[in-house]
Design a protein around this ligand. Sequence first.
Ligand code: HEC
Length: 143
Amino acid sequence: MKSYVTATAALFCLAAPALADGHASGDPAAGEKAFKQCKSCHMVADGDNVIVKGGKTGPNLYGVVGRTAGTADFKYSKDVTAAGEGGLAWDEASFVAFVQNPNDYLKEATGNDKARSKMTFKARKEEDAVNIWAYLASVGPES
Ligand code: HEC
């Protein structure tokens, strides 16, 4: 019994850092380049401090790390809003999954088969999504 408890505690310690909001396993420099795919629709701006000049079709991605889904100043789809109300806050895993297939991710996150995102773009490479997350974490507010 004792060894079981110890093993569980050890596993928990290993898993804990990966669960932290700011966790990023990608390469921020590669992510900065890959962000080109996103910038037609998304800017990264801390108020007047514009880090990446981009479009307004999608929400500002400054501070997206750890942010509750659907809570920037933007007119979101009801399904992103519902996911946020259901407790979704962006971490690496949810971000990487969403960015590769927003509709499928929202269906899963909300349990609603009809969920649809206003984001019509899909990142083709998981690696790009992982690196973009690292980039956004590196320019965002301390988390
Ligand atoms: C064609 C325009 C377009 C492109 C290109 C695009 N997005 Fe989006 N994105 C949107 C829209 C619109 C939304 C709002 C979704 C909704 O309300 O359903 C969104 C939402 C998001 C969200 C949720 C943000 C929040 O505040 O909850 C993330 C994260 C995101 N996009 C990341 C990305 C990344 C990373 C890329 C590049 C790989 C990208 N997007 C490319 C239009 C786009």
